[in-house]
Design a protein around this ligand. Structure first.
Ligand SMILES: O=C(O)CNC(=O)[C@H](CS)NC(=O)CCC(=O)C(=O)O
Length: 296
């Protein structure tokens, strides 16, 4: 079956906020219930957060809990859910096994038939030591991706990313240049860094690319002991936050108008004004300065 392009019609986006624990079956069950509620409220596109299926920071325990995608019961249940509700379902990410000793942090875009139309492996790994003593070594858990991905929704193109990717603006510029009107940033930001940076960075990505940002988040204190920031957000292409959750599980909805993308980009055509420079390194600068000195 094909889907007619309805580039000019508005649609309803729902962001599912979760507090995923260590048991994949329970997490998927919570996600499926919230997706059903969002559907009842008229959602057409539903996004779940990063690590929808499990939040576990011990590598061995994580590997023991997850399956290859073709055998993952969570992925199968979510595909059924998309088909049952006839919605576009964007699984912000699942931990999936991609080898005997390796896993990917992978998001999936699923169409209303339950078919996977795109997947994306998180590119930038969150390997940090924060001032509060919290430290993360995501690269020990997951093999990073190296492909930026865009996919087509009936209402326009969407660019895929996950969480810490948010801090790498060149990725979003590439997605916008590839025709994205919408950018997905499902996340599990830490409480500390989220408080400091989450709103600024999501709004900046929306403004500088003239895109909607859809960012479903993990929030609250998880079974693993981790604490995440929550505040799932929809940001419009002018940088206005048009839907926002608190720190608790649930969902938020927003009406999204693709025409707002065109309007923002015609007001400020910065996408067309980019890359007009060459870099002047100190050695080159010295040559110019020398010429100036001689001239006086
Ligand atoms: O490990 C898991 O269980 C799930 N994955 C995550 O929570 C990921 C990697 S640790 N979190 C982030 O990327 C947070 C980024 C962030 O907080 C920032 O950029 O400030």
């Amino acid at each position: 079956m094909t889907f007619q392009l309805r580039e000019n019609s508005t649609f309803r986006v729902a962001l599912i906020q979760m507090q995923s624990g260590r048991r994949p079956a329970a997490n998927i069950d919570s996600a499926v219930k919230l997706i059903g509620k969002a559907k009842d409220r008229g959602a057409h596109y539903v996004q779940t957060p990063e690590m929808t299926n499990v939040m576990e920071s011990d590598r061995e325990r994580l590997l023991a809990l997850i399956a290859p995608e073709e055998a993952d019961p969570g992925l199968a249940a979510l595909r059924d859910t998309a088909r049952k509700h006839r919605i576009w379902l964007h699984i912000g990410s699942l931990a999936v096994r991609i080898g005997p000793e390796s896993a990917a942090n992978r998001s999936y875009l699923i169409d209303p038939n339950g078919d996977i139309v795109a997947f994306y492996d998180k590119i930038h790994m969150f390997d940090v030591d924060l001032p509060n003593g919290e430290s993360h070594r995501e690269s020990r858990m997951f093999r990073p991706g190296d492909r930026a991905v865009v996919a087509d929704l009936p209402w326009g193109r969407i660019g895929l990313s996950i969480c810490y990717d948010l801090r790498f603006p060149a990725l979003y510029r590439a997605l916008a240049e590839a025709g994205a009107s919408f950018i997905a940033i499902p996340a599990a930001f830490t409480r500390q860094t989220g408080q400091a940076h989450w709103h600024v960075l999501t709004r900046a990505r929306a403004i500088e690319n003239g895109c909607y940002v859809f960012a479903a988040a993990q929030g609250g204190v998880h079974e693993s002991g981790r604490e995440t920031f929550g505040h799932s957000l929809v940001v419009d292409p002018w940088g206005v936050v048009i839907a926002e959750n608190s720190t608790e599980p649930g969902f938020v909805m927003a009406e999204v108008d693709p025409a707002a993308v065109t309007a923002a980009r015609s007001r400020i055509p910065s996408l067309q004004h980019g890359r007009r420079f060459e870099l002047v390194e100190p050695s080159t600068a010295a040559v110019h300065l020398h010429a100036l000195q001689e001239a006086k």
